[in-house]
Design a protein around this ligand. Structure first.
Ligand SMILES: Nc1nc2c(ncn2[C@@H]2O[C@H](COP(=O)(O)OP(=O)(O)OP(=O)(O)O)[C@@H](O)[C@H]2O)c(=O)[nH]1
Ligand SMILES: [Mg+2]
Length: 565
């Protein structure tokens, strides 16, 4: 609240304020107030949303509010589709609060235009044409705000897609309007803004045109003086004087509040169907302030939004990927080598968790924005899964190769040694077959890991067996029950088993791929549903504002501007 006596150099963001915004879950509607100094802005913005004053009021001639003050309204609001949103109030310093004479510092005003859903422009009395002429900062908005990444000459014709709804609030209005004007808004549109009105100046005409052309909507409202007693006026919030506030002022304040509340809706982003969340608002504030502080730079609405979407999506992607990896590691590490089915079911669980995280983190973005990140996520989880499968295969191979080596040493080698010894002549071929069968049986009950690798290790054991047989063939041939074809039959059976397991493995892989695709599609389907709700909200709001503003333009005789829109 220190009031600088010197010209402001840079805008600084208070980190605590951003933290508060980031805590808001879901969409936000930003209601801001701007206008000349010391005209009851802080008072009315508080009153329009809270019972108690939330913004400090000034009682001195010096301006009270410096910079922008935030208030997050605790009450929740609902949009036309029933979705909740939070209202954020932005109270600002009076225009020309900072050494006004030479400086052309409208950064605070520009920032409010960039951030607000509704902007209340607060001033005293019923404005005259000469008052309009002083509002050059509105005409200059196209020099201070860039809409798209690549600036187009027609950018300013699309400002209304990103600009707030403009509510002109007149204070201390004592005079009655001429009876031809039913409402104060009527007076603005048909008289003050009227392009063809008598005595209109080019300067005033430009301001009126800019208000109607740039902002998404326009309305006007007036309030009588709160009291006639100076002491009451300067102590509006003092219990002692509250009873002396004019009832008509209180009543009309309530009416204004109702009108304002009827206009609340979630702030849309520049991308269709995407809305601003608390987190997004915090990011936009930082990006816009940075641009406003950079000499020669102009805040860019599309760039800022794209930057936020990219940063957020990358964060969500990294978190979701980490969750997948952790889930897989904790489940799989202790079990490997294991059957591939086990890995598949671990993958399924980890995938569900990770996609859920991704979906929740990207709720407010459209499919168009998140599509490539989702693809990247599934590609990455897929390659992690592939590496787990590879690892499992390798470990299965190591484990099984070792196992069969030991089984052969323990069971077959002693039999072959006996065969070559003096006892050999007493042996039968059946002894060797029995040893083989024992190996096979022990292998099948003790081998661990991927079935196809198990089968392939067992199959690869046969050529070695064959070699052993070959070395001892002369001894074997002496045996009565020697069956030359039996060894080949056993080898063929092992090869067949390996083939069978390989096909099964291949089938499981295809099924996994299909399931992954299916899961990815499901995320997109759910997003599509949410997006539909967002678009409906946008459509209804846009249509209403658009109609109203076109009527305003027509009534103010801005025919060309109307056609442009
Ligand atoms: N005449 C008049 N005074 C008001 C009205 N509303 C509030 N005030 C008084 O005007 C003084 C300034 O009110 P603020 O709400 O601080 O005005 P502000 O526009 O926020 O002032 P700055 O932040 O300094 O630009 C206070 O003493 C209020 O009690 C009003 O409708 N009419
Ligand atoms: Mg103030």
């Amino acid at each position: 609240t220190t009031k600088p006596k010197v010209e402001r150099e840079t805008l600084t963001v208070v980190p605590k304020a951003l933290d508060q915004l980031r805590e808001i879950k879901g969409h936000v509607c930003v209601v801001s107030i701007a206008g000349p100094c010391r005209k009851g802005k802080s008072y009315i913005l508080s009153k329009a949303f809270e019972k108690e004053l939330v913004f400090p009021l000034g009682h001195l001639l010096d301006q009270e509010t410096m910079g922008i003050w935030l208030w997050v309204v605790p009450e929740k609001f609902k949009d036309s589709t029933g979705r909740e949103f939070t209202v954020v109030l932005m109270d600002s310093e009076g225009i020309d609060a900072v050494s006004s004479k030479q400086s052309d510092d409208y950064r605070i005003f520009t920032l409010l235009v960039l951030l607000s859903s509704i902007m209340i422009y607060n001033s005293t009395g019923v404005p005259q044409r000469s008052d309009l002429e002083g509002m050059d900062f509105i005409v200059k908005l196209p020099q201070r705000i860039q809409l798209h990444t690549k600036q187009q000459p027609t950018d300013d014709q699309h400002f209304y897609e990103a600009f707030p709804y403009f509510v002109w609030l007149l204070r201390d209005v004592v005079l009655n309007l001429p009876t031809v004007y039913k409402t104060i808004k009527d007076y603005f549109i048909k008289n003050l803004f009227n392009c063809k009105a008598e005595g209109n100046t080019e300067k005033a005409r430009k301001i009126a045109e800019s208000i109607l052309k740039y902002f998404s909507g326009f309305d006007a409202f007036s309030l009588p003086p709160p009291a006639y007693d100076e002491e009451v006026v300067t102590n509006l919030n003092d219990e002692k004087f509250k009873s002396q506030i004019h009832p008509e002022f209180l009543k009309q304040t309530e009416d204004f509040k109702a009108v304002l509340h009827s206009k609340l809706s979630p702030k849309k982003s520049i991308n269709k169907g995407e809305f601003v969340t608390g987190e997004a608002l915090a990011a936009l504030i930082e990006l816009f302030v940075e641009a406003l502080n950079t000499p020669g730079a102009v805040p860019n609405v599309q760039n800022a939004w794209d930057t936020f979407v990219q940063t957020k999506c990358n964060d969500v992607l990294a978190d979701a990927l980490k969750a997948y990896e952790q889930e897989m590691t904790s489940f799989v590490e202790k079990k490997i080598p294991c059957e591939a089915d086990l890995l598949q079911s671990a993958h399924k669980n980890a995938m569900e968790k990770c996609l859920e995280m991704f979906r929740n983190g990207t709720l407010s973005f459209s499919i168009k924005s998140v599509d490539k990140y989702l693809k990247e996520l599934t590609d990455k989880t897929d390659s992690i899964m592939t590496s787990w499968l590879d690892k499992n295969r390798r470990e299965t191979e190591t484990f099984c190769t070792q196992l069969i080596k030991e089984l052969k040493q323990d069971i077959l080698d002693p039999v072959l040694a006996r065969l070559r010894s003096q006892e050999g002549s007493k042996m039968q071929f059946g002894d060797i077959v029995a040893a083989y069968n024992e190996i096979q049986q022990k292998y099948s009950s003790n081998a661990r890991g991927a079935k196809n690798v198990k089968a392939s290790v067992f199959m690869n054991f046969h050529p070695e067996l064959q070699k052993d047989m070959q070395q001892n063939i002369h001894l074997l041939q002496l045996m009565k029950d020697f069956d030359k074809t039996l060894a080949e039959e056993k080898a063929a059976k092992a090869a067949l088993e390996e083939k069978k397991q390989k096909i099964k493995e291949e089938k499981a892989r295809c099924e996994k791929e299909n399931r992954d695709k299916e899961r990815e599609m499901e995320v997109l389907r759910q997003k599509q549903q949410e997006e539909k709700a967002g678009l409906q909200e946008l459509f209804e709001k846009n249509l209403k504002d658009q109609r109203e503003q076109l009527t305003n333009m027509m009534e103010a005789n801005f025919e060309e501007q109307r056609k442009d829109r």
